[in-house]
Design a protein around this ligand. Structure first.
Ligand code: NAP
Length: 250
C-alpha cells in the first residue's frame, strides 16, 4: 500500500480556485497550497488579486470575472505560461440575488445563472484540454445545500446550484476514461460574507437547527476539497459530497 499521507498530497499539481479572495474560496486556496499544489486564485478586483498573491505567491492572484469568456481564456493562458495548465479546478465563485419569484427580475436570474453555472461550465471547458493532455484532472464545483433542499427567495441560486451538480454528473461521464474526476461539494450554512447578512438571532436559530450545533467554517469545506483533489479520491466521480453539519441528509 502507498503511504496514506502521501496519497493526500498535491505536489506537482497546478490548481485554480475562482473567488479565492475571501470566504470559502480563500480557505480552499490556502488548503491546496498547504497540501503542496501550486495554487492560482482569482478575484474580481486588482486589490483582491494582490491580496491573493500575498498569500499564494507572486503572480498567483489574478483578476477574473467568470462571466467573461475571453478573460477566462486569458487567465488559463497566464497560468500555463507561469506554471503549467491547471490539473485541479475549483469552481467556487458565486453570487446571490435573492428575491421571491413574483418579484424576481430577469437580470437577477441571469446574473446568478451566468456567474454560478455558465461561468463554471466555461472554466471547466477551458481547463479540459490541459487535463486531457496531462491524463489527470480534478474538477470540483461548490454547489449548495439549497440546490437540494430548496429555499424560498433563492429560486435563481437553487437552480444554478442544482444545475452545477447535473452538469458535473454529465461531464464526469464524458471524461472518466481520461482519468479526470468531476464532483461537487454542497456546503450547508458556512460563516462567510454570504451568510453575515443574517442577524445574530437568525444565526442562533440556524445553529440550533443544525444537528452538529454550529454554522460551518470555511475550513470545513476546504478540507473536503483537499481530499477530493487528492490521489486518495481517485475512484470518486460524479458525486455530491454534502458538508452541512447534518442539516440536510440524503
Ligand atoms: P463570498 O464570501 O461571497 O465570496 C464570493 C467569492 O466569489 C469572492 O471571492 C468574489 O470575488 C467571487 N466572485 C463573485 N462574483 C464573481 C464573478 N463574477 N467572477 C469571479 N469571481 C466572483 O462567498 P462564500 O460564502 O465564500 O461562498 C463560496 C462558494 O460557496 C459559493 O459558490 C457559494 O455559493 C457556496 N456556498 C456558500 C455557502 C455559505 O453559507 N457561505 C453555503 C453553500 C454554498 P470578490 O472578492 O472579488 O468579490
Amino acid at each position: 500500500m502507498d503511504d496514506p499521507m502521501q496519497s493526500l498530497r498535491l505536489d506537482g499539481q497546478v490548481a485554480l480556485v475562482t473567488g479565492a479572495s475571501r470566504g470559502i474560496g480563500a480557505a480552499i486556496a490556502d488548503r491546496l497550497k498547504a497540501l503542496g499544489a501550486d495554487v492560482f486564485g482569482t478575484a474580481t478586483s486588482e486589490s483582491g488579486a494582490a491580496g491573493i498573491a500575498e498569500r499564494l505567491g507572486d503572480g498567483r492572484g489574478l483578476v477574473l470575472d467568470v462571466k467573461d469568456g475571453e478573460a477566462i481564456a486569458e487567465c488559463i493562458a497566464t497560468i500555463g505560461a507561469a506554471a503549467s495548465a491547471p490539473t485541479v479546478l475549483v469552481n467556487n465563485a458565486a453570487v446571490t440575488r435573492d428575491q421571491l419569484l413574483m418579484r424576481l427580475k430577469d437580470e437577477d436570474w441571469a446574473e446568478v445563472i451566468e456567474t454560478n453555472l455558465t461561468g463554471a461550465m466555461r472554466l471547466a471547458r477551458a481547463c479540459l484540454r490541459g487535463m486531457l493532455k496531462a491524463r489527470s484532472g480534478r474538477i470540483i464545483g461548490i454547489s449548495s445545500v439549497v440546490g437540494y433542499s430548496g429555499n424560498p427567495g433563492q429560486a435563481n441560486y437553487a437552480a444554478a446550484k442544482a444545475g452545477l451538480a447535473g452538469f458535473s454528473r454529465a461531464l464526469a461521464q464524458e471524461v472518466a476514461a481520461r482519468n479526470i474526476t468531476v464532483n461537487v461539494i454542497a456546503p450547508g450554512f458556512i460563516d462567510t460574507d454570504m451568510t453575515r447578512a443574517l442577524d445574530e438571532a437568525q444565526r442562533d436559530r440556524l445553529a440550533e437547527s443544525i444537528p452538529l450545533g454550529r454554522l460551518g467554517l470555511p475550513d470545513d469545506i476546504a478540507a473536503a476539497v483537499g481530499w477530493l483533489a487528492s490521489p486518495s479520491a481517485g475512484y470518486v466521480t460524479g458525486q455530491t459530497l454534502h458538508v452541512n453539519g447534518g442539516m440536510y441528509m440524503t
